[in-house]
Design a binder for this molecule. Sequence first.
Ligand code: LLP
Length: 438
Amino acid sequence: HGTSKINTKGHLEIGGCDTVELKETYETPLYIMDEALVRQRSREYMEAFRASGLNFQVAYASKAFCVMAMCRLVEEEGLSLDVVSEGELYTALQAGFPANRIHFHGNNKTPEELEMAISANIGCFVVDNFTEMHMLQAIAAEKGLSVNILLRVTPGVEAHTHEYISTGQTDSKFGFDIGNGSAFEAVELASISLNLNLLGLHSHIGSQIFEVEGFQMAVERVAGFSIQVKEKLGVVFKVINLGGGFGIRYTEGDTPLKVSDYVKAITDSVKQSFGGAYAQLPEIWVEPGRSIVGDAGTTLYTVGTSKNIPGVRKYVAVDGGMTDNPRPALYESKYEAMLANRANDANEETVSIAGKCCESGDMLIWDLDLPQVNSGDLLAVSCTGAYNYAMASNYNRIRRPAVVFAKDGQSDLVVKRETLQDIVSGDVIPERIAKQPS
Ligand code: LLP
């Protein structure tokens, strides 16, 4: 998919770059991002929304993969940005991302984070709870500013990957509940808060969703609530944000829709649900993360040791693992992989790909069909663009890999590989310990 192909040497090529050469230049493990595919996915969202005729913003959910080069890239593509912490906000600001297109999420923003975001003059806060609303009002008042807010609501629709649970009251740490009156109370409070400018509502129902029904249910719930608010309080929302969660294909079993299908389903139900009651349809915002970067990422590993247990299983270990991709260990996520240096060779054996951490759970892929695997072979695991680098750790003091963008035969480093010096850079030995005789 994307620009990936097998070249005449039988090597996997991404963005016109031979992965065997990428290994020589950057070493492994290495995250390779197919830049053209990230741009293509961004454009698919923008074009689908343009086709709807509605006003819109597509905010890339930076939690999926937040580095300065990525912020610049989505800015160039006209997207907005969703951040959830001072770290993501700082990354975006350092990258020169326009503050007025930044939306700040999170269920426990600290006073320092609110201060920082207000000072930067960001476009919108997605207010999650009453504590935050009071704090934000106080800080904005102190500064004599008015800040734009959306209220995060739980619409009572929850996607559990392939199905939806519709409950009166969702048990979630996020947002104001529509079902129990708390969302209504939040609208009332926001409306009388002098320094808060209530733009509308936000709802996010889950992640890696393959069908449109959940989004349609969410739109209906949010619209129903909005109409009730208009009737009872005379408050009309300008913006409805439907969050992210659009699924991608990790393995053959995954059946996501096209970006345009998700967008059309959402914009159509907005037209239908708000049409009668709203003279002007609200602006629609979405927050795709995974579906912008997920399938654009490939992780390149070098094969090291192996262990064959006759009649049971062959383990093949690579030079990374749960530290660069914790998703299999955390969520039992499935991935596909191939030998990048012998991409045309026929499969001959079934192996299980292990990482190098001191932990049995550090497995990347179970029962993968591959050609005869040798030490020194390159393994390419696909669809690692989202929530991989973003969730990488230094467990076992393993260095985080480098990230490169590949496009039109050119590769550029966007994150350097951590050094051993980086590993100890935060360490301090208290003097009383240093003084102890060895
Ligand atoms: N907006 C909000 C408010 C969210 O909470 C999320 C994801 C998104 C947007 C983006 O969702 P996406 O389009 O990427 O599905 N670490 C997990 C995924 C956690 C998603 C959390 N929220 C994983 O690796 O699967």
